[in-house]
Design a binder for this molecule. Structure first.
Ligand SMILES: *[C@@H]1O[C@H](CO)[C@@H](O)[C@H](O)[C@H]1NC(C)=O
Length: 460
């Protein structure tokens, strides 16, 4: 292969992996959201008139069906600092639960307004013994905010796992989506906790990826046990995961579409509505419909193609839509190349890169769509979200984790002595590229940034 072409293809391979890795982290990350203003977490639980000013500026939604179903009971949330975890914490606090957020870093969690009203307990969910001790302590009345509990510790009514690996690579998914989640479940079983709600994913119905396989393995364990009732909630997609190009188009870039932009359809669900649905699932009144069940759930929108999503996004900021198109075949080329490398230069790193590329392809070609009425939930539609972020700005993504994967990809590169990275699609994320490159071993390598203009590729 002439060197120019090989460089060119390398660019495509790398950039599609990066693009996808980025799309993926936006989709699944449990990562950290920085609140707009630092806030000292409340030291007493607030049961009513809660006006959280969290980063998404959503009003708190309290389930209209039940008033305060959590009063006098405990809810424990694992993965509490994640995108959905934070919404679940707010929902539990609003429902009157003694809410316990398990967090890695209390100092950090204290700055997150979304977690206020809950008690923050430092816990390494990867440590089974630690997890068990903490849940046991909670069952004994420790770690709760109220000091007025004198007679009997309140029962653990609800345990919600929002744990999810950020990267989707094999070692992480088995450690988090399977093992840590299982330890959390077992700690609940051992301490007479009542109902377990699992945040799973719609895509588990077609489990081609390791992360889905790990989730399914846990789901099987959950279904097997008899000590706790449970609900498995599988959301289609999140608002945030389809808003990834918002800043880019605000800056005047074209929107990057795969295929013609109508390859896949989705109906994402708002995090707040999802939290309501998840907490509702634990209620006795939902025993028939939602206990012991796998529940696919999406938002109230009609099926939205990526192109439609993009058009709505442009409309929300009053700009004329413009697009660039990336053929979906690029994934096959990339995956084929990475597969070849992984086979000929076996290493865990390349396996991880390969898995990352497969993840990317998966979300570019699979629908994340529910159409049955019973599988659609919530009030807030996609356009409401776009209008809101057009007005208030988007709540920041999780650059730390996205960067982690991307630098991993970059670190793997010198093995192959592939010449210069970065291209396609990354014109939409130039800052990200700069950051990544600056933090990678390639910091000293001259950087080629490819720009996509009306479908043609320019190297400069
Ligand atoms: C915990 O969070 C604080 C505040 O964000 C940060 O300064 C500190 O380094 C973090 N600690 C660890 C162990 O990550």
């Amino acid at each position: 292969m002439p060197p120019m072409i090989s460089t060119h293809i390398s660019c495509l391979v790398l950039s599609s992996v990066l693009l996808l890795a980025n799309a993926f982290t936006q989709h699944f990350s449990t990562g950290i959201n920085f609140p707009s203003q630092p806030h000292k977490a409340a030291t007493t639980a607030r049961y009513s008139t809660i006006t959280y000013q969290d980063a998404t500026k959503n009003d708190l939604q309290i389930s209209p069906s039940e008033n305060k179903p959590g009063l006098g009971k405990v809810a424990i949330i694992a993965g509490a600092t994640g995108y959905i975890g934070r919404a679940v914490v707010r929902e539990c606090v609003a429902r009157g639960y003694h809410t316990v957020s398990l967090v890695r870093n209390v100092t950090y969690a204290l700055t997150d307004d979304a977690l206020s009203g809950s008690s923050l307990v430092m816990c390494d969910v990867g440590n089974e013994d630690e997890l068990n001790t903490i849940v046991q302590d909670i069952a004994g009345g420790k770690h709760l905010l109220e000091s007025s509990i004198v007679t009997k510790p309140p029962p653990i009514d609800l345990m919600v796992s929002c744990l999810a690996s950020a990267s989707g690579i094999e070692s992480e998914v088995y450690a988090i989506d399977y093992a840590a989640t299982l330890s959390f479940l077992n700690a609940g079983r051992a301490n007479q906790a009542r109902h377990f709600v699992l945040l799973s994913a719609f895509c588990c119905r077609n489990p081609l990826l390791k992360l889905q396989q790990a989730k399914l393995k846990f789901e099987a364990k959950l279904a097997e046990q008899q000590d706790m009732t449970y609900s498995i909630v599988r959301p289609t997609a999140f608002f945030k995961s389809v808003s990834g190009q918002f800043e880019s188009i605000l800056k005047g870039n074209s929107y990057v579409l795969f295929g013609d932009g109508t390859v896949t359809h989705c109906n994402p669900i708002c995090e707040r509505d999802l939290a309501t649905y998840m907490c509702d699932s634990a209620l006795e009144s939902f025993e028939k419909e939602r206990w012991g069940k796998v529940l696919n759930i999406g938002g109230p929108d009609e099926p939205l193609s990526n192109r439609k999503l993009a058009e709505m996004m442009f409309e929300s900021i009053g700009k004329k839509p413009k697009f660039v198109y990336v053929p979906t075949e690029i994934f096959d080329v990339s995956i084929g190349m990475i597969e070849w490398i992984a086979k000929n230069f076996p290493s865990e790193k390349w396996e991880d890169v390969l898995e990352t590329a497969k993840i990317g392809k998966y979300y570019a070609v699979e629908d994340m769509l529910t159409t049955k009425e019973v599988e659609k939930f919530g009030e807030r539609k996609m356009m409401d979200h776009f209008e809101q972020i057009a007005k208030d700005g988007q709540d920041p993504f999780t650059p730390v984790r996205a960067t982690a994967i991307i630098s991993q990809t970059l670190e793997a590169l010198p093995v192959l002595s592939v010449s210069l990275p970065i291209g396609l699609g990354l014109a939409s994320k130039p800052d990200l590229v700069q950051n990544v490159v600056a933090s990678s071993p390639l910091a000293n390598v001259p950087l080629l940034v490819a720009n996509l203009m009306d479908g043609s590729l320019w190297l400069n």
